[in-house]
Ligand binder design. Structure first.
Ligand code: ADP
Ligand code: MG
Length: 324
């Protein structure tokens, strides 16, 4: 893992949600949504988080923006731990860190025009004059492919793909450094998905953005990422460059996720590994390796000791006893 140009470093991040149980509604237990995750992201790269639903991807993304206050760990942005900042000081860096969600419509006020939706973050952060705001709005609308005429309309007048362009514009109007995209294209038709992904790739180059790309879709992730982290039950199971991860997956969990991708190649003779059962309850995780209950390679030791997450090949990390 190169440390030289990391813009974001996440160290041993944990987010445990209290789980109220029993007739007195007392906190007996915790949902270990994120349970000790570490990674670094280099400037202008796309780092993806993948894994089945419920493995803690969104909670990781939201914790970076302090939309959830992490339970413990460090989040270093430009070398400073943003979890140490007061709410007030955090507001100043918050505009550098933006998020794009799966369904922008749910977060857009239906009564506001696109122009006003784009103006709102500028007013909230009080960062420019009215004149500059208008210029910025026209500029960003143009960059995401919305016409001057379209920005006078309301979000409900747009299709899903167009609405996501509004969501992207709203995130980028503040000129962020890091954008967290949480299932940003997952709700779109495949043809629209490709258009939005290409737009995101172009914008990244143009605006020198760093992306944290969260998705359960390994085909999409392969297309956009420089590096990928595979999460399971709130932990990082494997992390590597996109090329290494897809051509040489090491963790049995990654292998099963990849073998489940539908192939369009009729000569593809890959062995299919069917993942049995569901992700365990994160408030009651198994002993030892979190994946062992579903792992085709599990042996006695996996129940006893948790595998250490280590770099087994250059820039290729894995937490599995097969590689200890
Ligand atoms: P993913 O994005 O990978 O699908 P999430 O981060 O949304 O996973 O969720 C991880 C786990 O944390 C899940 O078990 C989920 O039910 C739980 N969880 C997420 N948000 C909350 C919350 N606000 N309160 C309690 N549990 C939560
Ligand atoms: Mg999610």
């Amino acid at each position: 893992m190169s440390t030289s140009n990391a813009i974001l470093k996440v160290k041993d991040l944990k987010k445990h949600f209290p789980k109220k149980e029993g007739i007195f509604n007392r906190t007996k237990n915790y949902v270990r949504a994120v349970d000790g995750v570490s990674f670094e992201i280099n400037e202008e790269e796309t780092f993806s988080l993948v894994g089945e639903s419920g493995c803690g991807k969104s909670t990781t993304g939201r914790s970076i923006l302090r939309l959830h206050e992490p339970t413990s760990g460090e989040i270093l942005y430009s070398g400073k731990n943003i979890l140490d900042y007061t709410k007030r000081d955090f507001r100043k860096v918050r505009k550098d860190l933006q998020m794009i969600f799966q369904d922008p419509y749910s977060s857009l006020n239906p009564r506001m025009t696109v122009k006003n939706l784009l103006l709102e973050p500028l007013l909230t952060h009080n960062i420019c004059s009215k004149k500059e705001a208008t210029e910025r709005i026209i500029d960003i609308a143009d960059k995401v492919g919305l016409s001057k005429e379209q920005i006078n309309r309301h979000p409900h007048e747009f299709s899903g793909g167009q609405r996501q362009r509004i969501g992207i514009a709203r995130a980028l109007i503040l000129k962020p450094k890091i954008v967290i995209l949480d299932e940003a294209v997952s709700a779109l038709d495949v043809s629209i998905q490709a258009q939005i992904l290409n737009l995101l790739i172009d914008l990244q180059k143009d605006l020198k953005l760093t992306y944290v790309f969260i998705s359960h879709d390994l085909n999409v992730v392969k297309h956009v990422s420089d590096r990928v982290g595979v999460m399971y039950l709130g932990q990082m199971m494997e992390m590597a460059s996109t090329a290494s991860l897809y051509s040489n997956p090491l963790h049995p969990y990654t292998k099963s996720l990849l073998s489940a991708i539908p192939s369009i190649d009729p000569t593809d003779k890959r062995e299919r590994i069917i993942l049995q059962g569901d992700v365990p309850d994160p408030s009651n995780p198994p002993s030892g390796c979190p994946f062992r209950l579903r792992c085709p390679n599990a042996y006695d030791h996996c129940a006893i000791e948790k595998p250490i997450y280590r770099e087994v090949e250059s820039n290729h990390w894995v937490a599995c006893h097969l590689y200890n």
